[in-house]
Design a protein around this ligand. Structure first.
Ligand SMILES: [Zn+2]
Length: 241
């Protein structure tokens, strides 16, 4: 994360602090539920168990988020966390003081930096883009030369980012859902459904189809691939056709 040069680190710190606060709240709720369970009927106990299970999953998203941000902080890759609402020109200001970003958020590669831009002034949108940043760090996504999401961007990456986002918007104790394409906007409908990562590029996944219009093919050893456009992968490896 960038320290000093912009407000990325402050935003990352705010995200971590918020997640820590939520973990404490959830721990309090779990303790209360477990105390209630002692005198509960079998039926109520079952409901409590379900709720506690959901709470623990939600808690897991918050604690993973903290770890993921810390991993990005230690990385050699520079990550930048940007709110579109901070930059005049990126939003419309209404008379009542409300701002509306004029473009969707997203995570891009720009001038050697992974830029995580979020559109709304809420933590859920921020958490979504932070997840994509971490996906680059771990080789789950790559970027095209123009900086837009590249070959490795697949539906699973979005499912994970929405799950993280949902952890912030769901009421405590409600189940986190693994969204499928039908629960996302059509923007994602062409994304490959198989889980693609830097790791799969070195494995013999032959003829894997990429929904964004071209095919990636592996040679007989399953090592090199053809038909790929220039891509940015973790470590700033720039692979050419
Ligand atoms: Zn996304």
């Amino acid at each position: 994360m960038v320290r000093g040069a912009d407000t990325s680190q402050q935003k990352a710190d705010a995200a971590k602090d918020e997640a820590k606060g939520k973990i404490m709240e959830i721990d309090g709720i779990i303790a209360q539920e477990e105390a209630n369970r002692k005198n509960a009927s079998a039926r109520s106990a079952q409901k409590i168990d379900e709720k506690v299970k959901n709470l623990k999953e939600q808690r897991g998203e918050f604690s993973n988020m903290i770890n993921e941000i810390e991993t990005m902080e230690k990385s050699k890759q520079v990550y930048s966390l940007v709110s579109l609402l901070d930059q005049p020109g990126n939003y419309t200001l209404y008379g009542d003081g409300n701002k509306l970003a004029s473009q969707p958020g997203g995570t891009y590669y720009r001038d050697g930096k992974v830029v995580m831009e979020y559109r709304f002034g809420n933590s859920a949108a921020r958490a979504h883009e932070l997840k994509h940043g971490f996906q680059f760090e771990t080789g789950q996504i790559s970027f095209n030369v123009d900086g837009s999401p590249g070959l490795l961007h697949d539906l699973n990456d979005e499912v994970a980012a929405y799950r993280r986002e949902d952890a912030f918007t769901l009421r405590y104790g409600k189940p986190l859902i693994n969204r499928t394409t039908s629960k996302m906007t059509s923007y994602y409908s062409n994304l490959p459904k198989i889980d693609l990562s830097v790791k799969t590029l070195t494995e013999s996944v032959k003829g894997a189809y990429f929904g964004n219009g071209y095919q990636i093919r592996y040679d007989d050893e399953g090592k090199s691939f053809q038909d790929a456009k220039d891509e940015f992968f973790k470590g700033q490896v720039f692979m050419r056709q």
